[in-house]
Structure formats: C-alpha cells, structure tokens
Design a protein around this ligand. Structure first.
Ligand SMILES: CNc1ncnc2c1ncn2[C@@H]1O[C@H](COP(=O)(O)OP(=O)(O)OP(=O)(O)O)[C@@H](O)[C@H]1O
Length: 176
C-alpha cells in the first residue's frame, strides 16, 4: 500500500476527523530563500516553531480562506485564500485519542504588511539552511524540506500519547 493509500484509508475509517490548516510564507531575500515560522506561545504545540494555522471554522468559506485567516490572526499580515498554494495533506494520530487530525498544508508568497508578534505567535524569518528542526514538531523534518523544494507531500504520522515520539509514519513526495 502506498503512503497515499494508507492516508486515504485512515481518513475513511476515522470516527472523528478534525480539520486544520498549516501555511508557510516564503520569500526570496537577496537571492536567499527564507520561510516565516512562528513560535507558538500557547495551546497545542506551545514552545515549538511551526508554520501558521489552526482549526478550520464553520464560518470559513473555504479551507484556503481558513489558512489565510489564521495567518492574519497569528502574524498580523494580510494574505488572500486565493493565493494559498495547495501543498498536500498531513494526517496525525495520537495513541489513545479517538480523533484524527487532517492538516491541509499550504505555501504562500503573496502578502502585505509586516509580520509582528501576536498573542499566539512570535514570527521570525528563517533561511532554509537554518530551520530549527530540533525545536519543531518531530514530523516537520521529514516533510518540510520536500515542501520547500517545491514538492507536494502526503503523509501520516502516528504519535505516542506523549505527543513527542513518532512510532510509525508514511510519506509520499509528489515530484513537481
Ligand atoms: C503533531 N504534529 C504536528 N506537526 C506539525 N504541525 C502540527 C502538528 N500538530 C498540529 N499542528 C499544527 O499546529 C496548529 C495547531 O492549531 P491550534 O492552535 O490548535 O488551532 P487554533 O489556532 O484554531 O486553536 P485555538 O484558537 O488556540 O483554539 C495547526 O496549524 C496544526 O496544523
């Protein structure tokens, strides 16, 4: 079974699915590629650097709009849902938790405003060569490099109940 089939079957068999967004803003800074990460200050994933995102709300017209809304809420910049580039799907499970997290992953390069700290996130630009993987969710190092190289990703990461250790994962990288 391919990783994509594995993910499809997990989502098909899930009793509860919660939808989230995760978006990466990237820029070319004098010929050097940079990505905006945010230090999560509270809640799920506090103390970790990550892309920007959160739960898809019933009031969000589309999932891409949810990703744009979260980026505005968390980094004070304006991003349009129509500029969100679909970069794939990540599924997370945690031992003992009935719900499956379905994360819709995006990249965006068009924005206005200057990223500033909010109650939830402290944003910072990172060169691709200096991404702080050791202070991020432990799955990020498996798929973020491929995403930043321009590929789409489909993966599933099964975490222990401690939300730290991955006991199993599958990942497909779709060449672009
Ligand atoms: C397990 N491995 C993981 N690896 C990488 N990223 C992960 C992740 N697990 C969750 N994420 C992301 O973390 C954000 C949580 O969002 P979260 O703060 O819970 O949502 P939201 O802002 O709606 O919540 P509140 O407003 O505080 O209720 C959201 O982008 C989600 O995709």
């Amino acid at each position: 079974m391919s990783a994509t089939q594995h993910v499809a079957s997990t989502l098909q068999n899930a009793v509860i699915i919660k939808h989230y967004t995760l978006a990466f803003l990237t820029r070319d800074q004098n010929g050097c590629n940079e990505v905006l990460l945010g230090m999560k200050k509270r809640g799920f994933g506090a103390g970790k650097w990550n892309g920007f995102g959160g739960k898809v709300e019933p009031s969000d017209p589309t999932v891409a709009d949810a990703a744009a809304r979260e980026m505005t809420e968390e980094a004070n910049i304006t991003v349009h849902g129509s500029d969100m580039q679909d970069k794939g799907t990540l599924v997370f499970t945690f031992t003992g938790k009935p719900e499956v997290m379905h994360v819709h992953v995006y990249q965006v390069t068009k924005y206005s405003g200057i990223p500033t700290e909010t109650e939830e996130m402290r944003p910072q630009w990172y060169q691709y060569s200096a991404i702080p993987y050791s202070s991020m969710w432990s799955d990020d190092k498996y798929w973020l490099p491929s995403l930043l190289e321009g590929h789409k990703i489909i993966g599933q990461f099964d975490f222990d109940s401690d939300e730290a250790k991955i006991h199993h994962y599958v990942l497909d990288t779709i060449e672009h």
